[in-house]
Design a protein around this ligand. Structure first.
Ligand code: THU
Length: 134
């Protein structure tokens, strides 16, 4: 867990957030113990911004990963320490739910290495819309 949190903190360093100035880092752990990092990547056309969580999971999926255990997330204004825990937005939760079991998958909201909260995907996205609905 500590390793995953450290990677999320590192990932935040690469955030490209010139418009909001809010930098987010995420790190996702695969079942075979690999970690993929991601940061938010903003765009002058604001709606094309990609969140850190989706950057991380898309990187992993595009490298052939399909099985995940947990994601750690940290977000704060540039140069500031997080004042709040940064929860994934609804779009990211929906993307995560495509690949991750809602009961087991853990979402770790990080302020620093020793201050974090742990939730299941089910807690953050009850009644997820999934392929079972189709
Ligand atoms: N953002 C993330 O990357 N992840 C979240 O969980 C919440 C929001 C980004 C999107 C945007 O670049 C900035 O934070 C402000 O919304």
């Amino acid at each position: 867990m500590k390793e995953l949190i450290k990677e999320a903190i590192l990932a935040r360093e690469f955030a490209y957030a010139p418009y909001s100035n809010f930098k987010v880092g995420a790190s996702i752990l695969t079942k075979n113990k690999k970690i993929y990092k991601g940061c938010n990547i903003e765009n002058a056309s604001y709606s094309l911004t990609n969140c850190a969580e989706r950057t991380a999971i898309f990187k992993a999926i595009s490298e052939g990963e399909r099985d995940f255990l947990a994601i750690a997330i940290i977000g704060a204004k540039d140069k500031e320490k997080p004042l709040e825990y940064c929860a994934p937005c609804g779009s990211c939760l929906q993307v995560i739910s495509e690949f991750c079991n809602t009961k087991d998958f853990k979402i770790i909201l990080v302020k620093d290495e020793d201050d974090y909260l742990e939730y299941t995907l089910e807690q953050m996205l009850p009644f997820a819309f999934t392929n079972k609905n189709l």
